[in-house]
Design a protein around this ligand. Structure first.
Ligand SMILES: [Zn+2]
Length: 338
């Protein structure tokens, strides 16, 4: 089967990505073979191809962090999965047996593997997954729409749960890329008043479209005094900016996977008793809750920045400088596309 593999990470001109022919995997006990309908590719994938990600496995490695598809073959003792079931594929593959997993914090499992970072990911026509790494989608729903849920949307959702949101909470969202815009949407849904912050006017417009009550440039946040903030960008100044945006006693969750801490004022953090907390990816139950929100029609998954590319177009796209967020469609029969 064709698969997009990273042969060498590095800057533009050095990185080497190819569409390779690899053996079709077969499911063993507890495993399920999924035909990949759509893979969402964003900033984390870019850190992998640049070689700046905090964890990267041996190459050549199939890329692709998050996506969705259709069950095609079920191994022995692999739960109740049936051929034809639409599923989302979890972006954190946890053991589900250790004390951390049993406490419901499977995103922090010490034995977890991240597809497309630690080992082969989803950018192929088919992928093998443990039966516990799948989240069922409503029957008849489109896997193409759900591709962005397991990591991009779920990371925003998990961060909001970490920081605490609800009716009447005032929240600053720093960084209005895809994760930030979903943080805006989900926080609005939870009843927050949301202020989006980004230096880019197009991103601020996207923040307003996502439902932000107000958007601001990065130089204009010190009088905000919101209860909480989430940081959804790797920009070096972002955490310091969030510290300035929250009131004394406020709380900040940092979502960005490779955050820069250089601009942080420790004195400001201590004297104003700011709680600064990390938020890593998402749990399996976060993803399940989001699938329910989408199914209920309460969460709209359209994001304006997503172009659709075939598997063959992905290496050229990721080889360039600052590739945009796209959705790849590895197995593209017309019936499976929207
Ligand atoms: Zn575990």
């Amino acid at each position: 089967m064709p698969a997009v593999r990273l042969h060498r990470a590095g800057p533009v001109g050095v990185r080497d990505l190819r569409v390779d022919e690899v053996p079709m995997p077969r499911p063993g006990p507890g495993e399920v073979l999924v035909e990949v309908v759509a893979v969402a590719i964003g900033s984390v994938d870019l850190t992998v191809v640049e070689g700046t990600a905090h964890r990267v496995g041996p190459t050549p490695m199939i890329l692709g962090r998050e996506g969705a598809g259709i069950v095609r073959e079920v191994g022995g003792q692999a739960g109740d999965w049936r051929e034809g079931d639409p599923v989302a594929l979890l972006a954190v593959r946890a053991c589900r047996r250790c004390p951390v997993c049993l406490a419901g914090r499977d995103n922090l499992c010490p034995r977890s593997q991240l597809p497309g970072m630690d080992h082969d990911g989803l950018l192929a026509t088919h992928v093998l997954a443990a039966d516990t790494d799948l989240v069922p989608l409503p029957s008849g729903s489109s896997p193409a729409r759900a591709a962005i849920v397991p990591d991009t949307v779920a990371s925003a959702y998990h961060a909001l749960k970490r920081v605490g949101v609800g009716e009447g909470v005032e929240l600053t969202v720093v960084g209005l890329g895809a994760v930030g815009c979903y943080a805006v949407k989900l926080a609005t849904l939870a009843g927050c008043r949301v202020v989006g912050v980004d230096p880019d006017p197009d991103a601020r417009r996207a923040g307003l479209d996502a439902g932000a009550d107000e958007v601001r440039d990065t130089g204009d946040v010190d009088d905000l005094g919101t209860d909480r903030a989430v940081v959804c960008t790797h920009e070096a100044s972002a955490i310091g900016l969030a510290v300035g945006a929250v009131r004394a006693g406020g709380r900040i969750a940092v979502v960005a996977s490779e955050p820069a801490l250089s601009a942080l004022s420790g004195a400001d953090l201590v004297a104003r008793e700011i709680d600064l907390i990390g938020s890593f990816a998402a749990t399996a139950s976060d993803v399940g809750e989001l699938v329910d929100l989408v199914d209920d029609g309460r969460l709209d998954l359209t994001h304006p920045a997503s172009a659709t590319l075939t598997l063959e177009e992905i290496p050229g796209h990721l080889a360039g400088a600052s590739p945009s967020r796209v959705v790849a469609t590895p197995s593209s029969t017309p019936a499976q596309r929207e």
